[in-house]
Design a protein around this ligand. Sequence first.
Ligand code: C5P
Length: 224
Amino acid sequence: NDQELLRGKKVLVTAGGTVERIDPVRYLTNDSSGKMGFAIAEAAHLMGADVTLVMGKTSAMPPEGIRTVKVESTQQMLDAVVARLREMDVVVKAAAVADYRPVEQAEQKIKKKEEAMILQLVKNPDILQTIGSMKTSQFIIGFAAETENIDEYALDKLKRKNCDLLVANDVTQEGAGFGTDTNVVRIYDGSGLVEALPVMTKREVARQLLILTVQRMKKGERAN
Ligand code: C5P
């Protein structure tokens, strides 16, 4: 019975894209519907978990009846996740995080004067890697969108970021990736490929992923 699988567990899911302000009316962001993260939050909720959804900018609407924390920048998302990390059993990082932010955020709208302008960027902290290095008993799931060498990049990412499972999608495949209601994913743990799932709805991917998570938490297994 699915309804009991995550009873008593606290699950935090991040979804959507982070937004990095250039000035009060302009920003940098990543394309993200939020659908994969929303599907995971909803599936965890249906399995009885106490779910917190930390969300950036999304084009889809979040599921109803789930506690949401809205954030804008990567730093705000990091703070929101770190503040709740200790009490969580599972953290799923499905957000599309902006890798860079403007060095300066102008307080007033930048006037167009020059023919060319340079926007200087600085690297953002990696949220997944930060919590991976802080984790005590949390089960951490990362995501990766790849266009080539999917197995190699996915495993490298899992190890570098100290995740328990990593979900990779080949965004060049039909039915995978941004905006769609379906996805094609490969799931890895520290010893390699665990599942190569065929094209299925994000809702079904979410359920499969959480079932794997529950099995692993039961065994007390850790990938790293
Ligand atoms: O390195 P890459 O961006 O491909 O890694 C993807 C995974 O890392 C996703 O789970 C994403 O949410 C997370 N990430 C993060 N903070 C960043 C960049 C990525 O948490 N600054």
